[in-house]
Design a protein around this ligand. Sequence first.
Ligand SMILES: [Zn+2]
Length: 356
Amino acid sequence: MESDVGIVIDPIYMEHRTVEGHPERPERLASIYDMLNIGNYRRSFVSIPARPAEKEELVAVHSPEYIERIEATGGKEFCALTPDTNTSKLSYRAAITAAGGLFEATAAVCSGRVKNAFAAVRPPGHHAERSRAMGYCILNNVALGAAFARDRLGYKRILIVDWDVHHGNGTQHAFEQDSSVMFFSIHQRGLFPGTGVFTETGIGKGEGYSINVPIPKGYGDGEYVSIFQNLLRPVALAFEPELIMVSAGFDAHRQDRMSGMKMSSGGFACLTRCLMEIADLCCNGNLVLALEGGYHIDSMTRSVKAVLDELSGVTTSDTGRAAEKARAQKVEYVLRRSIHVHRGRWKSLNDFGIGR
Ligand SMILES: [Zn+2]
């Protein structure tokens, strides 16, 4: 039976080729697409066709010169954008269709055609800066999606949650002066790209709307869920987003060697449930997730399935029970630091009695 969950999938996303041995490889998506084809699982979702983003849409986040530079790589076998980010013949096409996939997913949620959506796209996006590719990312899919939602769909407040284990520097920079887009990133301290410390809270009008939670390695399901419930939730409910977008990377999984985190696939389902609850309270459930990192292919695929099961209500994770398993000291460290820098703006954080 079809649910009211949308998915974006497109074979073009596998045409972005990286060098031999690169962790961000087409097989990542091939595995997700295979999983969707098992037992017709895919038929339980509403398929949302992607489209290439237009240049006029890309300039909301990227400079015209940079877009031209990436476009010029089209048809060329190999161009190195950075030491770890390259293009192949169809990378530009894949990248603009990844952004366009986010636009279509967001429009489908906005129109009510689906309740929420997951975009299984690549190349990933959250490290991509205005005029610079970075960390396997070429165009910033989620930032472009949020700009599209704001400029074309009329959303006035958008919350972006980035649970990829790396800091979403590109996304933060796109909106750090903008109070209409709140950016919340939880990531492993000291990992690439090194930004995203607690005191990066936004600039000017955007002060208080960038929330960074850099955590030491070793945090797992309980701690993540507890941080979502005790920090993200009260701030999000005060912000009252009209749409929640997620940079959903799965490299915090305990099997992923990119990080020292201990998340499980069920933990990602729990985080999804936390966000579904916030979205239900604030914005009729409007939630759009996009794939970012996740390099242990099997655990990433299982985690995507767990998230899709949660979105469609096949599972209903018990967030309270998950949070009970959190090691209190690990959570309190984060809450103290965050509340210290954010309680001026977000009064709801003062209720906790910690961090004073
Ligand atoms: Zn990552």
